[in-house]
Write a protein that binds this ligand. Structure first.
Ligand code: ADE
Length: 237
């Protein structure tokens, strides 16, 4: 997968050289390049922002550098993290992981001139996504989050593909709690069932815990869980 990130803060992306993303880049599964938006400015001050039409606080990113930047790295699927985007989900991560070329546009200040997005949309798919109902300084950290979610779904990145199908959100439920050795710690014991070796009972326990956790912590998610996915034993939970 090819990924181009356009930002005024290339240094933010140091962490994308670490851990499994760094390894995916090393092995060629991920070809990621970070570009400084100011490369595409033409004035001595390398200006990327200006005051908003209509007034109001803050600054807006000017369209010209963005137009040139997107022409230079595109076309691809343009992803624009923004608090006004649609909520980013595991399904979006899976959809992005199936594409050959992603372009991330990192907005700062009050955002990017809307015409950049409207113009790009005439040439390529555009996805405006929000990580949650809060406001960050800019899109950089959001891109790191999205790239983690996407990279771990690329074939060959995770050793054990089972961990993808079993995990939280993949099945529309939160995962059950997990434990490791020692069996007893600070007078807290690992649930007996997990040490029983009875795989049927363990699967049932995990399923119950997933249902209980999801219902109590994420009623919104539980409400969207298809009743047809519940079996007879689930209904007792
Ligand atoms: N940029 C600023 N706030 C953001 C958010 N909540 N999600 C994604 N990108 C953002």
């Amino acid at each position: 997968m090819r990924v181009d990130v356009i930002t005024i803060f290339p240094d933010y992306f140091g962490p994308l050289s670490l851990s499994l993303i760094g390894k995916a880049r090393g092995t060629g599964l991920l070809d990621l390049e970070v570009h400084d938006l100011r490369t595409w400015t033409s004035d001595v001050h390398r200006t990327v922002d200006d005051t908003p039409y209509g007034g109001g606080p803050g600054m807006v990113m000017r369209p010209e550098p963005w137009g040139q930047a997107l022409a230079a790295v595109g076309p691809g699927t343009l992803v624009v993290p923004s608090p006004v985007g649609k909520p980013f989900t595991q399904a979006d991560a899976a959809a992005l992981a199936s594409l050959d070329h992603l372009i991330f546009a990192c907005g700062r200040y009050e955002g990017i001139d809307q015409r950049v997005i409207d113009d790009a949309a005439t040439r390529m798919p555009v996805l405006e996504v929000s990580l949650g109902d809060y406001v960050l300084f800019g899109g950089e950290v959001a891109v790191i989050v999205i790239m983690e979610a996407v990279t771990r779904l690329l074939p060959g990145v995770l050793g054990n593909a089972d961990s993808l199908t079993e995990e939280s959100h993949a099945a529309g439920l939160l995962e059950a709690p997990v434990y490791t050795k020692p069996a007893s710690w600070r007078e807290l014991d690992v649930p007996d069932v997990l040490r029983s070796g009875d795989h049927g009972r363990i699967a049932r326990w995990r399923r119950d815990q997933a249902l209980l956790r999801t219902a109590s912590r994420r009623p919104d998610m539980m409400a969207g869980y298809p009743p047809s996915s519940l079996d007879k034993a689930d209904r007792k939970t």
